[in-house]
Design a protein around this ligand. Structure first.
Ligand SMILES: Cc1cc2nc3c(=O)[nH]c(=O)nc-3n(C[C@H](O)[C@H](O)[C@H](O)COP(=O)(O)OP(=O)(O)OC[C@H]3O[C@@H](n4cnc5c(N)ncnc54)[C@H](O)[C@@H]3O)c2cc1C
Length: 324
């Protein structure tokens, strides 16, 4: 029974999370000695996928994803799975991105398969499939076991083993189906707003985040400058986006996006439990706060007690000096 990974791309470019899920799939394929299929929709730079160990790449060419819903994406993946004659996949891997989170349960319902979400590790055993997953907004880890023959696993980005290059045959299978049949006629996309950050939060290895301690939206120039210098994404606390200082797409936490960067720099954020729920999986946390009693210091690897308006410009100068 084969292993299959669905990978997303954005405007033709594959995401970091896509390479991660292929690497994850490759490891399972090697463990089970089974081929790895990679499914993608309307992609162009398919050659890229070979580098991470895809044995077969199933692409649905010439598809316009602008008007597809998550339901239609799940149906297209089902078509791809059904096109595999032998080696029907027993394990399907999807990254826990916004799209991945939505399509995985739809796909599980269509295929009547098991669904294990938020995996943060490789399977501990395959019979039955057993995996550690994060639960309760990352406050606990649960060990899930599935007795289904076919299972979908969603993996938490940037939390498992990273990206490993390993050449695969990458045999291309073009799936020529009438994609119009899969367009969800009940849904019309009226407009699309591009995220303001230059680097998407789910892909960012470094995130510079700020909270109410910054006092007003005008003070975000230094946050953006620091982020630019570090090649980082920008994030904020909930009140900041509620007050319209920053777009909602930057709000991290329990009710916002959950992120797992290598480095999270929190500036003028108190560290409320709801904020920590979305960022506590960061590999390193640096907190800059004027109040030495701020709860965030308890979760920090490094802390700077000081006024953001003094510390951040100094940090920017130091990084510039270092770069020169
Ligand atoms: C159901 C629910 C869900 C929630 N979900 C989320 C969520 O997803 N994400 C989220 O972020 N919050 C969430 N919240 C809100 C959360 O409880 C906190 O209120 C919020 O995180 C506080 O934001 P803050 O740290 O920016 O502001 P504050 O709590 O006001 O903290 C500001 C911090 O800045 C520091 N500061 C002030 N001036 C300076 C300065 N000059 N230099 C440096 N530091 C300074 C202060 O010492 C303080 O620690 C949720 C709340 C509820 C009830």
């Amino acid at each position: 029974m084969a292993v299959l990974t669905f990978v997303e791309h954005w405007e033709g470019k594959f995401k970091k999370t896509s390479y991660e899920s292929i690497s994850y799939g490759r490891k399972i394929s090697d463990d089970l000695n089974q081929p790895l299929y990679v499914v993608t929709l309307g992609a162009e730079n398919i050659e890229d996928l070979k580098k991470y160990g895809a044995d077969y790449i199933i692409n649905v060419p010439k598809i316009n994803l602008d008007n597809t819903s998550n339901m239609s994406i799940a149906k297209l993946i089902t078509e791809a799975i059904n096109s595999i004659q032998e080696d029907k996949p027993s394990t399907i891997i999807i990254s826990n991105t916004n799209t991945g989170k939505s399509i995985a349960p739809i796909l599980a319902s269509i295929l009547n398969s098991g669904l294990i979400t938020n995996a943060i590790d490789h399977p501990e055993s395959y019979n039955p499939l057993t995996i550690n997953c994060k639960v309760f907004s990352s406050k606990a880890i649960a060990k899930y076991q599935s007795n289904y023959k076919q299972n979908i696993i969603t993996i938490v980005p940037n939390s498992i083993g990273g990206i490993n290059e390993k050449n695969g045959d990458g045999k291309l299978i073009e799936l020529n189906i009438d994609t119009d049949l899969f367009v969800d006629k009940k849904i019309t996309v009226k407009n699309r707003n591009k995220l303001s950050g230059k680097i998407s939060l789910s892909d960012a290895e470094i995130v510079v985040s700020a909270g109410r301690g910054l006092k007003s939206s005008e003070n975000w120039n230094m946050i953006e400058e620091l982020a630019d210098l570090l090649g980082a994404g920008t994030a904020c606390s909930k009140p900041v986006s509620d007050m319209g200082w920053r777009p909602h797409s930057e709000h991290v936490g329990q009710t916002g996006i959950a992120i797992n960067p290598d480095l999270y720099i929190a500036i003028g954020i108190s560290g409320a439990i709801q904020h920590l729920a979305g960022v506590s999986n960061s590999k390193n946390i640096v907190v800059i706060n004027i109040d030495p009693e701020a709860p965030f210091f308890k979760a920090a690897n490094y802390g700077i007690v000081g006024d953001a308006f003094t510390v951040v410009p100094k940090l920017i100068e130091a990084i510039k000096r270092h770069k020169n």
